[in-house]
Design a protein. Structure first.
Lengths: 534, 323
């Protein structure tokens, strides 16, 4: 949830605290100047010095900010105008920031690049504060200095980072987010307010560009989406930190409606087809994160309880639909959770208007506060807790998922269950990308045989080459003889990669543990090997 | 000094319109930024590919290579030499070759074996940078493997076993369909032959001939005919060796040469090649390199290499074979 500074929906727990005007006159420029200088100073830390483009990205961003400050300073002097900022601390910003920080801390403990990214996040924060302040001053507004930019930056970085060689685009993405908040506005309930959630606006636009130019590889997007599950029990963790946000800011209806919708249609699909909709989960962990932290900005979501519920449900349906749409276009499916948010932001007035036009008192009163003794949010949270607990009890969250097991997909594909073969290919391609040589050979074999997918010798050779370079002998033989389809059971290293269930590190597991686990995943050769050892 | 206007007036309406800038300029700048990012990302991703390929263009300006025939040598059979069918002696006899390694012994009962091979053609030279560059032009992902500041007749190195095979497949496709392919080779390919890496038997026969010599030129080491104990690879054919078996160049030294045979114990038989799938792949390389001593440039030496390894001492040459 990236909550904007203009949010006025305060409960008794989230009143802003103000310390009055802090900077005024030309002296106020010292603050953005100090932040820009810090940005330059930050470029000298070893993490940033390690890449020339990164250094120039920081210097370029700082130079642009300094030039902007100089322009405003001269302008202010000439026109005898003041630039002012004051402290305004909003709980929805700092509580949100703390929750996001805890997610980074937990995730990064199990996926090191997150911690390595910390300096770059600090740089983005310095840039964001300065940019936001200068933008407000350019509009001749007083700037409210608080924690506002932090959840926006942390939210963006939970979903997309540009790689070091392209990091200047990260600064541009942040700039677009803040400009979208400042300039793309509408009248809502008689007040001017921004249409889009700032982080979702930037993420959505840049996602579209990355898809259209087929340049996803310039970002860490795919890795970010798939490494959340490296942290054990990530669903439970996100659920618990989500409760904190739900408690303080009454976003329960949005988040839980989205989650329940996704769980529900995912289960329906699974019951109807015999295979899970999302490959290896009922809801991808990154989507679960998104529905807690990306769509729940009160400023850009409906204000009526029923509207919030519909908003959440539409998010669930949108992600569900985009997953298939992106997959069928050959685009990375992890963009599903990002692209749908700006569209939903655009629909909030329509949703609120539709809800208010309902004349059925019975329907509207379903959410009447008095039914819950004025504690509707706690009641909603209780229901959500029960539902999540039930899902966990049924093994639909952190437990091993049947879609994690490749033999399950092989069987499903052999049984010609809907989409099972394409999902199996997708999974094998993903494991091949993780350096599981067996998977490279298998997918190469499928493309050579042309039984479950269209024959494609060029692709087949590419996968065999990868498998061979990873020392899988069958793949090498398949490269040598284009009439051959040699297969072999996974080697030990392959099993360490194939059995991770999204999150576990099996590199130090004993061979016996590995084969037992493989047998649990219905690998017949592993069960036979276990039996022979007994 | 004038105080800033309250936010309620910030959208340009009424009397404050002159003081509070409108949103048009900001919106336009934002849209321009988005368009710039889209254009820049498209341009950069294409530019990167183009630059890498173009940077190697100078490699092709080497005399003695035919630019109309994939930069193969300007010789009647484009540098391929026919090795006639027949038997040859494979492996080492430690009584004659005191530098022989244990893995060159044929079996517990025999020191050397006799292997019969059909006709095949083998490259007179190792595959060069210019030739591989020509292939990489159509496979941009390989272009960054080619250094731009060295002569095009240096043997290609730092390529993996699958990449070497990829080049062989590509050349076969070209030669089968081109009128620039000599008729002898075209008809041989049409009969079912293929371009590939040599098997280790093919390589050893081509290197030592049928008289069982220890080096391609005879039984005594000679720095006149081979680049070894040195620090860099030389352009192919830099150590001319007319007396070498079949007139092939650089079979000893310069760079190790990949083969299509898995490394396994003798006796050699093609039937064993598909055994041991459960073990990690390890492929035979032959001939030693510029960085090796005399013990490793003997014709019978067998090295092993992971198929994914890139090394500046390992290259390859090609065969056209029916096996």
């Amino acid at each position: 949830m990236a909550i904007s500074a203009s949010s006025k929906q305060h409960s008794r727990n989230n009143r802003p605290s103000t310390a009055g005007q802090l900077g005024s006159g030309l002296g106020a420029f010292k603050f953005p100047f100090a932040l820009s200088s810090l940005l330059i100073a930050l470029s000298f830390v070893p993490r940033i010095q390690g890449n020339t483009t990164l250094v120039w990205s920081f210097w370029g961003a700082a130079a642009a900010l300094l030039a902007w400050q100089a322009y405003l300073l001269v302008n202010s002097k000439n026109k005898n105008e003041e630039r002012v900022f004051s402290i305004l601390l909003r709980p929805q910003h700092y509580i949100q920031a703390m929750v996001q920080f805890s997610v980074y801390a937990y995730w990064g403990y199990y996926w090191r690049p997150v911690y390595d990214h910390a300096w770059l996040i600090i740089g983005q924060l310095l840039f964001a504060y300065t940019f936001d302040m200068l933008l407000a001053w350019s509009r001749r507004r007083e700037y409210s200095l608080g924690f506002g930019p932090i959840p926006i930056i942390l939210s963006i970085n939970l979903f997309l980072w540009f790689r070091d060689d392209w990091f200047y685009l990260q600064f541009l993405m942040i700039a677009v987010g803040f400009m979208g908040k400042e300039y793309v506005r509408w009248q809502r309930d008689g007040r001017s307010s921004h249409i889009f959630n700032p982080s979702a606006f930037a993420l959505g636009f840049f996602s579209l560009i990355l898809i259209a130019t087929n340049t996803t590889a310039l970002t860490w997007g795919q890795e970010i989406a798939s490494t959340l599950t490296l942290a054990p029990n990530i669903y439970t963790y996100l659920f618990l930190v989500g409760l904190v946000v739900m408690y303080f800011f009454s976003i329960t209806l949005v988040a839980s409606a989205a989650a329940i919708t996704l769980f529900g249609i995912s289960a329906l699909y699974s019951a109807g087809t015999g295979v899970p909709y999302f490959l290896d989960s009922e809801i991808p962990a990154a989507v679960f994160l998104g529905l807690h932290l990306l769509i729940t900005d009160p400023s850009t979501s409906p204000r009526t309880p029923l509207g919030k519920t519909i908003f959440g449900m539409l998010y669930g349906l949108g992600v569900f639909g985009l997953y298939t749409l992106l997959g069928s276009m050959g685009s990375p499916t992890f963009y599903d959770k990002l692209l749908v948010v700006p569209l939903l932001n655009l629909s909030v007035i329509a949703i609120d208007t539709s809800v208010r036009s309902i004349h059925s008192q019975a329907l509207l009163n379903v959410w009447r506060e008095s039914w819950f003794g004025g504690r509707a949010n706690l009641a909603h949270m209780s229901i959500w807790i029960v539902i999540f607990a039930s899902m966990s009890f049924l093994g639909k969250t952190d437990s091993m998922h049947e879609g994690d097991s490749l033999p399950f997909w092989e069987q499903a594909c052999a049984s010609e269950l809907p989409n099972a073969c394409s999902r199996m290919l997708q999974l094998e391609a993903s494991y091949c990308g993780d350096n599981a040589a067996w998977a490279c050979n298998e997918i190469g074999a499928h493309y050579r045989e042309g039984k479950i997918t269209e024959s494609n010798e060029e692709l087949s050779l590419a996968y065999f080459s990868r498998g061979c370079e990873l020392k899988f002998q069958a793949a090498c033989l398949n490269l040598l003889d284009q009439d051959l389809v040699a297969r072999e059971v996974p080697h030990e290293l392959d099993l360490r990669l194939l059995l991770r269930e999204g999150g576990q590190n099996l590199m130090s597991a004993s061979t016996q543990e590995l084969y037992e686990k493989a047998c649990d995943h219905n690998w017949a050769f592993a069960c036979e090997s276990n039996r022979s050892q007994i | 000094m004038s105080k800033p206007q309250p936010k309620a007036n910030a959208e340009g309406g009424g009397s404050s319109a002159q003081q509070i800038p409108g949103r048009t300029l900001g919106l336009s700048i934002m849209c321009l930024m988005i368009v710039f990012v889209a254009a820049w990302m498209t341009f950069q991703s294409r530019q990167q590919e183009a630059t890498v390929v173009a940077s190697a263009e100078a490699l092709a300006s080497v005399t003695g290579l035919r630019s109309d025939a994939w930069y193969l040598p300007d010789e009647p059979l484009l540098g391929f030499v026919k090795i006639p069918a027949g038997t040859f002696t494979m492996g080492s006899n430690p009584a004659l070759d005191r530098l022989a390694y244990e893995n060159e012994r044929w079996s517990s009962a025999r020191r050397q074996g006799s292997v019969e091979l059909a006709d095949f053609y083998i490259g007179k030279f190792e595959v060069t940078l210019a030739q591989f560059w020509n292939y990489a032009q159509e496979n941009p992902t390989l272009a960054d493997k080619i250094p731009a500041d060295v002569p095009g007749n240096i043997p290609i190195t730092n390529i993996t076993w699958p990449e070497a095979l990829g080049y062989a497949r590509w050349l076969q496709g070209k030669m089968e369909s081109s009128p620039n392919t000599p008729e002898e080779l075209r008809s041989y390919l049409a009969s079912g032959a293929r371009i590939s890496l040599p098997s280790e038997a093919e390589w050893e026969k081509a290197a030592r001939g049928t008289d069982g010599r220890l080096f391609p030129w005879g039984n005594m080491p000679s720095m006149e005919f081979a680049n070894y104990d040195s620090s860099i690879p030389l352009p192919v054919g830099s150590k001319p060796c007319d007396q070498c078996a079949f007139g092939l160049q650089d079979m000893s030294g310069n760079v190790w040469e990949l083969t299509r045979s898995p490394l396994q114990a003798y006796p050699y038989t093609v039937d064993d090649d598909t055994a041991n799938l459960a073990e990690d792949a390890l492929w035979v390389m032959r001939g030693g390199s510029f960085a090796d001593g005399v013990g490793n440039i003997r014709a019978a030496v067998r090295g092993g290499v992971d198929p994914g390894v890139r090394n500046n001492t390992i290259g390859f040459r090609l065969v056209i074979t029916t096996l």
